[in-house]
Each structure stands twice: as structure tokens, then as C-alpha cells.
Design a protein around this ligand. Structure first.
Ligand SMILES: C[S@@+](CC[C@H](N)C(=O)[O-])C[C@H]1O[C@@H](n2cnc3c(N)ncnc32)[C@H](O)[C@@H]1O
Length: 208
């Protein structure tokens, strides 16, 4: 990723508010946005971990992965509650002749019509962006969005030296504990820089 520092500066709304993120996009205060899809997520696809199908990206931001996976043949839905990144994403997708579904919505208040619709959830800098108190609710969101045999692929921010946030760090133990009720396997692989873990999580009953 680019400069991952999402730390709040000045007098801002709380991190749970769409306006917090909207303001950061408006100011160009988006150090997490590397301007390209994340290599480890694409590698997971090329390594055969991520079957083509319906994918949802919660907190997709400007959605470099949304367009990258749409270009690979995935039917991608990107969700974000801030308008600015979705506008940028829509413009880029249109320019590339891609038509992902973009939804401006709070991931914690999604319509029931999305329940059980997706083969995969792609996590990138959403779990670390929400308030840590919202993490159990995030797991519930992932659970309800996925098909019974769906999977979660994501990059989890685990930099042990990080204080405060966003991004709010997680530990391997915490991620495993939180996702264990929903997934049979929670496979976490450390990044070379020691700041992230690639997570490959499969639903109960469908180990790979
Ligand atoms: C750190 S950014 C990461 C964006 C993108 N995934 C990336 O890696 O470039 C976190 C994103 O999550 C979105 N977000 C945070 N909480 C959200 C919520 N409750 N519902 C929808 N989007 C949310 C923010 O608007 C922001 O675009």
C-alpha cells in the first residue's frame, strides 16, 4: 500500500461517520490510496485461491481492486459510504469500459437483498479503518453477505508498532478469534514488510 497513515488530524467528525472519510477524500488526505490494485490480492487470484464469481468490496474507496477484479471477469460490487471515492471509481470504471455495481451505503446498514449474494468478500483497509468496537459487527456483515460456500480474502493491518488510528492495528490472534465462528479456516500469511497479513478464509465445511 502507499503511506498507510490514516491518522486523524485537526477537528474532524468521528471515524464512524461518512463525513470523516468524505472530508479526507476532499482534502486529498488519502495516504492509504496507492493508486493501483494490491499485488498480494491479485496474486491470490493468480495462485488459484479466489474463484471468479460475485465479489463484494466493503469500504472500497476509489476501488483499484474493484476495477482490477472486474477486468478479470468478476461481477464486483463496491460499497462505500463516502461519495467522493465512488465518483472517482465510477469515472475510472467507465473510462475502462467496466461496469461494477457501486453502492453508496453504510456497510452496517445494508439492505437484506444483499444477504447471501456473494462468492467472495474482498477486504482491504476497511477492517482497520472502522472503529475497533465495530469489528464484531463487521464479521456479521461479512457473514450475511457471503453465500454458504463463500470466502473472505483480505489484507489485514497488523503492524505491531502502530499506536492509535485509523488505521487501527489488529493481531493475528484477534483476527482468528473474531472470524472463527464464521469460517472453518482463517489462514493468515505475513507480508514481507511485517505490516500486513494476507487472509484466506473459507466457510465452515469447505476447507481447501
Ligand atoms: C482507509 S479507506 C480504504 C479504501 C480502500 N479500501 C483502499 O484500500 O483504498 C477506508 C474506506 O472505508 C470506508 N468506510 C469506512 N467505514 C465505512 C462504513 N461503515 N460503511 C461504508 N464505508 C465505510 C471509507 O469511506 C473509506 O473509503
Amino acid at each position: 500500500m502507499g503511506n498507510q497513515d490514516m491518522t486523524s488530524q485537526g477537528n474532524r467528525p468521528p471515524v464512524e461517520a461518512a463525513n470523516y472519510w468524505q472530508q479526507r477524500y476532499e482534502k486529498g488526505d488519502t495516504g492509504w490510496d496507492s493508486g493501483a490494485p494490491e499485488g498480494p490480492l491479485l496474486q491470490a487470484f493468480h495462485d488459484g485461491h479466489l474463484p471468479v464469481g460475485k465479489m463484494v468490496v466493503p469500504g472500497c474507496g476509489t476501488g483499484w481492486e474493484v476495477t482490477a477484479f472486474a477486468a478479470l471477469g468478476f461481477d464486483v460490487t463496491g460499497i462505500d459510504f463516502a461519495a467522493a471515492p465512488l465518483q472517482a471509481l465510477q469515472a475510472r470504471a467507465s473510462a475502462e469500459g467496466l461496469a461494477p455495481t457501486l453502492l453508496q451505503a453504510d456497510i452496517f446498514a445494508l439492505p437484506d437483498t444483499l444477504n447471501g449474494q456473494f462468492d467472495s468478500v474482498l477486504e482491504l483497509a476497511c477492517y482497520c479503518a472502522i472503529a475497533p468496537e465495530q469489528r464484531d459487527a463487521y464479521v456479521t456483515v461479512v457473514d450475511r453477505l457471503l453465500k454458504p460456500d463463500g470466502m473472505l480474502v483480505g489484507m489485514f493491518y497488523t503492524n505491531p508498532n502502530k499506536v492509535g488510528g485509523p488505521p487501527f492495528k489488529a493481531t493475528v490472534e484477534e483476527i482468528q478469534m473474531r472470524f472463527a465462528p464464521v469460517f472453518a479456516t482463517v489462514d493468515l500469511r505475513p507480508s514481507a514488510d511485517g505490516e500486513w497479513h494476507l487472509g484466506l478464509c473459507h466457510r465452515k465445511g469447505l476447507r481447501q
